[in-house]
Design a protein around this ligand. Structure first.
Ligand SMILES: Nc1ncnc2c1ncn2[C@@H]1O[C@H](COP(=O)(O)OP(=O)(O)OP(=O)(O)O)[C@@H](O)[C@H]1O
Ligand SMILES: [Mg+2]
Length: 272
């Protein structure tokens, strides 16, 4: 996916906010600890995902059931090609499941169309990716304001909140720098500021430290610790054991299925 297409997909970037249906999502309490009695932030049941590329079909997710409570910090690990990013795309409403059900903060995602999915992404989810996915021609604060353009926030508010988010990630003195003028660690912090600026309940991160050195990794993990302490739910894909160790729970994916700690596959699944 190109950067511009990616940004469009995430934020429906454009200058004029478009009329969207308003969802009556249950309020997400981002201040309390995980409460198994409340609506889970993520509730996947027997989810499968099959990609059709020409004559070839690949079932990347073969029957995953997973419940993540509000305020949880969960790491997803597993071999390359096991379906982690596919799972995260489904969780993040960037792609739709083939069969099964998915409720995000109690909302039935499988029943939504593309416009509704874009609204849900913008309202509930902040994304952080390995490649940062910043627009190279825009300054740091212009990158951070993107999700607010889609959300219909006014210009002055956008600038104020973008700069506030950059200050929060320690980049108050870099707001006018473009991505190419920032280090990798700083670029990833801009991406975190962009993920945070709409105050989403859920942060999804796909190998966020994959392109960072050990110092930048430590900084980013501290930032995630803070976000978790503030009550946000975090789901993070990683290949690194020490990164996963910061999460409170690790979920393992193998061959499109969840595996338990011993590596056994859970559920029946559908053939790969
Ligand atoms: N858009 C797509 N079209 C067709 N097949 C795809 C698509 N995306 C992923 N796949 C296939 O689905 C399987 C799972 O891919 P996925 O990207 O989810 O793996 P992953 O666990 O994230 O791997 P990695 O650790 O290398 O990032 C792979 O076999 C991949 O080739
Ligand atoms: Mg991946």
């Amino acid at each position: 996916m190109t950067e511009a297409a990616f940004a469009d997909g995430l934020f429906e970037s454009g200058t004029a906010p478009i009329e969207r249906p308003v969802f009556t999502a249950p309020a997400v309490d981002t201040t309390s600890a995980p409460d198994p009695g409340s609506t889970p932030v993520i509730d996947l049941s027997e989810v499968t995902k099959t990609y059709s590329t020409g004559a070839v079909e690949v079932t990347a997710v073969r029957g995953i059931s997973l419940r993540i409570e509000q305020g949880e910090y969960v790491a997803i690990m597993g071999p390359s090609g096991s379906g982690k990013s596919t799972l995260m795309h489904i969780i993040g409403c960037l792609d739709v499941l083939t069969t099964g059900s998915y409720f995000l903060t109690g909302l039935d995602v499988a029943a939504m169309d593309q416009i509704e999915l874009a609204e849900i992404r913008n309202r509930h989810i902040g994304f952080v990716f390995q490649q940062f996915n910043l627009l190279p021609s825009l300054s740091a604060w212009r990158n951070v304001e993107l999700p607010m353009i889609y959300a219909g926030v006014g210009r002055d508010q956008r600038r104020k909140r973008a700069i506030g988010a950059l200050e929060r990630v320690g980049l108050g003195d870099r707001v006018n720098h473009r991505p190419g003028e920032l280090s990798g660690g700083q670029q990833q912090r801009v991406a975190v500021a962009r993920a945070l600026v709409t105050e989403p309940a859920l942060i999804l991160a796909d190998e966020p430290t994959g392109n960072l050195d050990s110092t930048a990794t430590a900084d980013l993990l501290m930032l995630f610790d803070e976000l978790h302490e503030q009550g946000r739910s975090i789901v993070l894909i990683t290949h690194e054991q020490e990164v996963a160790a910061r999460a409170r729970r690790t979920v393992r994916v193998r061959d499109g299925l969840l595996a338990d700690a011993s590596g056994r596959l859970a559920g029946f699944g559908v053939p790969a």
